[in-house]
Design a protein around this ligand. Structure first.
Ligand code: DGJ
Length: 750
């Protein structure tokens, strides 16, 4: 709800209050963003500078407290005495925006520039500020668990205005914070880094043209004592897929200024009289219940208001993807064989990845030519899709529309469609970007992709993007707008297609893409131990339903690490499950295990994909109604480990629960010569007998069942012991390195 009373604006939901006032100088002064409070608290929550600080620039010489530098501001500017970072820069011109009026609109206020927006809001407050040649509007769109802010600058003068910076929001918070950012690179995305915010500025930004795997646009500010379940945490994110910028800095007065928006490095937008520039939406979340509370608020917001309506809360299919199993080497026969196997395992969707069009037999040629390779697929895409659908699976297809190989018919016909500059060409994965700022390029993409989607009745698209941009300034932003235009034109009329966006894995894991693409390929790294960091990093700001998570072969292609199939499954369960390996090489014991994994995942899919997610002391937990699933993950084991206590959260204290561990199969081969301790005969650890036995037999790893109250589970229950070198026993967790367990916790009637 939004209310205004005597110049005090109060935005309130069950989750938060946001308060600001228009002060005597027409400046919007921030009062509060946090736990729900009352409008009458305004004075108690406001900055009261008294006689102010010495050496200040004053708005009013009669009032020593009238320095912008010492106020909490909803917005600031340049050249009027606030020496903190300004959210707006008009090419060296001072700015002095003062209050003009407000409007409360029902729902979302639609943007006109083509940026994607969150949907399903209750109300939007628009505050209008003005100075002699420009109008600035601050938008506050209210969602139950998040506030969405953006700004719009309009040239109301008679001369052009050069904008070289316009942030989506400016927020001044009292207190000291640490900034958590999510950084990385290819196959190593989303690693959390914490930096204390002090008087020197902390910046989180991307300059690659995309939101990037180097620095995800999402970040958190938290107080030093915040934990998973308690303490003050703010979450921020941007509904944008291009270069982003965010900064936080504490002032001498103990106010932390935070802002986020389009990166202004090399950016300049020329606004003609009457023209306006709209910034992307920024998402602001708060919780006094720690990281878990903030994540819950952000997850609800993304699931309910970011992903396309047609896919909100819709179960995601278990898919098989051809890439890691085949790379470019396939034909219809091989694909149909894989599809048979995938279907037998329980997969619901078969995805043909790269290599199906033009001369695309490696990554040096063919990108841009979306004509089906008839040598590989003699019956065309329709023929293949039809045969796969007849097996009872849906069919999905890979595209990489934004790029082109120089060795392609498209580039030969239209070299000017590639995004280049006056210097020699520079390549990434042997490719250039197409200039999506050109309408004819966008038309080409729409016209060449849509017929394939329609004729082959494609129900899933993987939209890949494997090189960084070199476009600068306005062009970099316009490229992103061009991309959104193409996505909107292709998928708007086809809401039933599940779009999974990918950029060498998680190089564009952002809310802008998620407005079109309900799930994103989280990382090319499917090693489950690496994924513990990657998926956990992503989990702070993005729900499990957005994370593509696949089981692949071991040893792993990127780490050479050998991990149990159980752990590969157990980690991938906490996202949208898929399989990506050559199924022909699965052993009989593995086929049995994968079938069990898929059946288990389908049984609890709603809980894994949409349950409330928490990071526990030993791994992850998801809860949906009376069912909780907890994953306990181990990295390297230590000899003679002690007891482990598992602490869950969010259960009903007085309810009783049954806790069952998911049964696992232990491969006999992993025990090598240790088998002599349990086998009646001496088995050669390198011999044929053990190799054959390993294909067909497993040792049981029994289920463990207990009952406990919610109170006991939240206090922490002691798990069965881990293997300690004292023998094999079904009742211990015989793991070795990289082992894991899943616990199913169901509420039971008293
Ligand atoms: C990069 C993606 O991240 C992979 O999953 C795969 O689709 C390849 N591109 C195909 O070229």
């Amino acid at each position: 709800m939004i209310t205004e009373h005597s110049g005090i604006f109060h935005i309130s939901t069950d989750a938060y209050s946001y308060l600001f006032k228009i002060n005597a100088y027409g400046i919007p002064e921030h009062l509060h963003f946090g736990a729900p409070v009352q409008r009458e608290d305004a004075l108690a929550l406001s900055c009261r500078p008294g006689l102010g600080w010495g050496c200040s620039i004053l708005l009013d010489g009669e009032n020593t407290a009238s320095s912008l530098d010492t106020m909490m501001l909803e917005w600031s500017g340049s050249g009027r005495g606030d020496y903190r970072e300004s959210p707006v820069e008009l090419c060296g011109m001072p700015t002095d925006f003062r209050y003009e009026g407000f409007e409360i609109l029902e729902g979302v206020a639609p943007m006109t520039c083509g940026l994607p927006q969150a949907h399903g809001a209750e109300e939007t407050l628009v505050i209008t500020l003005a100075q002699k040649n420009a109008k600035l509007q601050l938008y506050y769109t209210v969602y139950p668990t998040a506030l969405v802010r953006r700004s719009v600058l309009t040239n109301t003068g008679e001369e052009p205005i050069s904008v070289n910076k316009l942030m989506s929001f400016n927020l001044d918070l009292p207190g000291s914070f640490t900034m958590a950012t999510f950084n990385g690179s290819w196959i190593a995305e989303m690693h959390r880094t914490d930096t204390v915010v002090a008087e020197s500025k902390v910046v989180n930004e991307s300059l690659t043209g995309s939101s990037s795997n180097r620095h995800n646009p999402g970040f958190m500010l938290f107080e030093a004592d915040a934990t998973e379940t308690a303490g003050r945490v703010y979450g921020f994110n941007l509904v944008y897929s291009g270069n982003h910028y965010a900064s936080a800095q504490r002032s001498h007065q103990g106010l932390t200024r935070v802002m986020q928006g389009i990166n202004c490095s090399n950016f300049r937008k020329e606004l003609q009289p009457g023209e306006a520039f709209e910034t992307p939406e920024a998402v602001l979340c708060h919780s006094d219940e720690g990281f878990g509370g903030m994540s819950r608020n952000m997850h609800i917001f993304v699931n309910d208001h970011i992903v396309p309506v047609a896919w909100a809360h819709r179960p995601r299919p278990v898919l098989y993807n051809s890439w890691e199993g085949c790379v470019f080497d396939f034909n219809e026969h091989r694909l149909l064989d894989l599809a048979n196997r995938a279907q037998d395992l329980g997969c619901e969707l078969f995805v043909l990845d790269d290599g199906w069009f033009g001369a695309r037999n490696n990554d040096k040629a063919g990108l841009g030519d979306y004509n089906v390779n008839k040598k590989k697929l003699p019956h065309g895409m329709e023929g293949l899709a039809h045969k796969i659908r007849k097996k009872g699976m849906d069919f999905g297809l890979w595209f990489e529309p934004e790029s082109v190989n120089v060795d392609s018919d498209l580039y030969r016909a239209h070299p000017d469609w590639a995004l280049t500059d006056e210097f020699p060409l520079v390549f990434g994965r042997n490719q250039l970007l197409l200039d999506l700022t050109k309408p004819e390029v966008r038309d080409y993409l729409v016209d060449s992709i849509c017929p394939i989607l329609d004729s082959a009745k494609i129900s899933y698209v993987k939209w890949d993007m494997n090189r960084h941009s070199i476009a600068l300034g306005e062009k970099a932003h316009d490229f992103v707008l061009g991309l959104y235009d193409v996505l909107r034109r292709i998928f708007g009329p086809r809401p039933g297609i599940l779009l999974e966006s990918c950029s060498s894995g998680g190089n564009r894991f952002d809310l802008g893409m998620m407005c079109f693409s309900p799930q994103v390929w989280t990382s090319d790294d499917t090693d489950p131990i690496e994924r513990l960091d990657i998926q956990e990093g992503a989990s702070y700001l993005y729900p499990q339903s957005t994370m593509g998570a696949h089981v692949s072969a071991a040893p792993h292609a990127q780490t050479l690490r050998n991990t149990p199939l159980a752990t590969r499954g157990n980690v991938a369960f906490f996202g949208c499950l898929g399989y990506e390996l050559d199924l022909k090489h699965l052993l009989p014991v593995e086929i049995k295990e994968v079938k069990q994994q898929i059946a288990f995942y389908k049984q609890y899919r709603e809980v894994f994909q949409y349950g409330t997610f928490t990071r526990t002391n030993l791994g992850w937990q998801v809860t949906n109604g009376s069912t909780t699933l907890a994953g306990v993950f181990h990295r390297l084991v230590h000899a003679a480990p002690g007891y482990e206590q598992l602490r869950l959260t969010g259960l009903k204290k007085d309810a009783r629960y049954r806790i069952t561990s998911l049964a696992q199969a232990l491969r006999v081969g992993q025990f090598g010569s240790l088998l002599k301790h349990v086998a009646p005969v001496n088995i050669d650890p390198n011999g044929q007998i053990l190799r054959i036995a390993d294909r067909h037999f497993t040792l049981p790893y029994g289920e463990d069942t207990l009952t406990a109250s919610g109170a006991a589970l939240m206090h922490g229950i002691l798990l069965r012991p881990l293997f300690r070198g004292t023998g094999y026993d079904q009742n211990q967790r015989t793991h070795g390195d990289f082992g894991s367990d899943i616990y199913i916790i169901e509420e039971i009637a008293e």
